[in-house]
Design a protein around this ligand. Structure first.
Ligand code: SF4
Length: 256
């Protein structure tokens, strides 16, 4: 990998900090230009080198083991954040423990969402956006305090809303960098990587779940369906894309 001088990041964007926001946008554009033709591992190393304090946010879902493995061989001490919404499949919780132990992740941070007012666990039926905000977005944003950016496992092929996904982007509302090293990967790339590195698959994949979220909001998909068709099936919702802007919850369409 070619070593580049670090791109220094501006201070965290203050509310209304248009100059800082513009600087952050320029930095992300420079990172995208720099790493445009690089492999996922180079993007990951570059992010660790160039993007300040970063963490991997992992759902320990269907393909998560790929990025978790890349982190383990690149920097085992990189913080890995896992949000336990309290609504996950038991299989996910067991898989999370097995994978973290096998890969030797040294800074795994398990965030247990406070169900707050959803004591009976039915909010997802009445208001899934509010449920995702309560159980996912809010705990994640709290866990990311102090970080300049975070690594996601999102890929272009997963949904139409991700078709133009870049390696680096600015997160609405927080000004953090979102890093997507696998943005250009296809299903075959993931499968090949897992086979070559003999990585364990989430057990629900073999039962028809190519994308795995919370148990009440995930169903299997049939052959030929969009891999994410089983997420919030029957609803217009595609992402957990709830963000906080100036203290208010907004639906941005940007996935978390
Ligand atoms: S995916 Fe469903 S259960 Fe999980 S936080 Fe979102 S609405 Fe709630």
């Amino acid at each position: 990998m070619v070593q580049h001088p670090p791109l220094h990041f501006a201070e965290k964007t203050p509310p209304g900090g248009s100059l800082a926001a513009a600087a952050r946008q320029a930095q992300v554009a420079a990172l995208n230009a720099r790493y445009r033709h690089h492999a996922a591992t180079d993007v990951l190393r570059g992010a660790i080198h160039d993007a300040g304090r970063i963490a991997l946010v992992s759902s320990f879902g269907a393909d998560s083991v790929v990025l978790l493995h890349m982190v383990a061989v690149t920097d085992r001490d990189l913080p890995v954040i896992f949000v336990d919404t309290g609504m996950l499949f038991t299989e996910t919780l067991v898989y999370q423990q097995e994978v973290a132990e096998r890969l030797g992740l040294r800074d795994l941070r398990i965030i247990h969402a406070d169900a707050g007012r959803d004591t009976d666990g039915t909010l997802h039926r009445r208001d899934p956006d509010a449920c995702c905000a309560l159980r996912k977005t809010r705990p994640l944003q709290a866990a990311l305090e102090g970080f300049d950016g975070w690594i996601t496992g999102r890929k272009r092929f997963q949904a139409g809303s991700r078709a133009a996904l870049d390696f680096f982007e600015v997160e609405d509302g927080t000004g953090r960098i979102k890093i997507n090293p696998l943005a250009h990967w296809a299903v075959e790339d993931l499968r090949t990587y897992m086979e070559e590195n003999r990585l364990p698959r989430h057990p629900l994949v073999a039962r028809g779940y190519p994308s795995i979220g919370c148990a009440p909001c995930t169903t299997p998909v049939t052959p030929g369906e969009d891999p994410r068709a089983g997420r919030w099936r029957g609803q217009t919702k595609e992402e957990c894309g709830i963000h906080f802007v100036n203290g208010r919850i907004v639906r941005t369409g940007t996935p978390t």
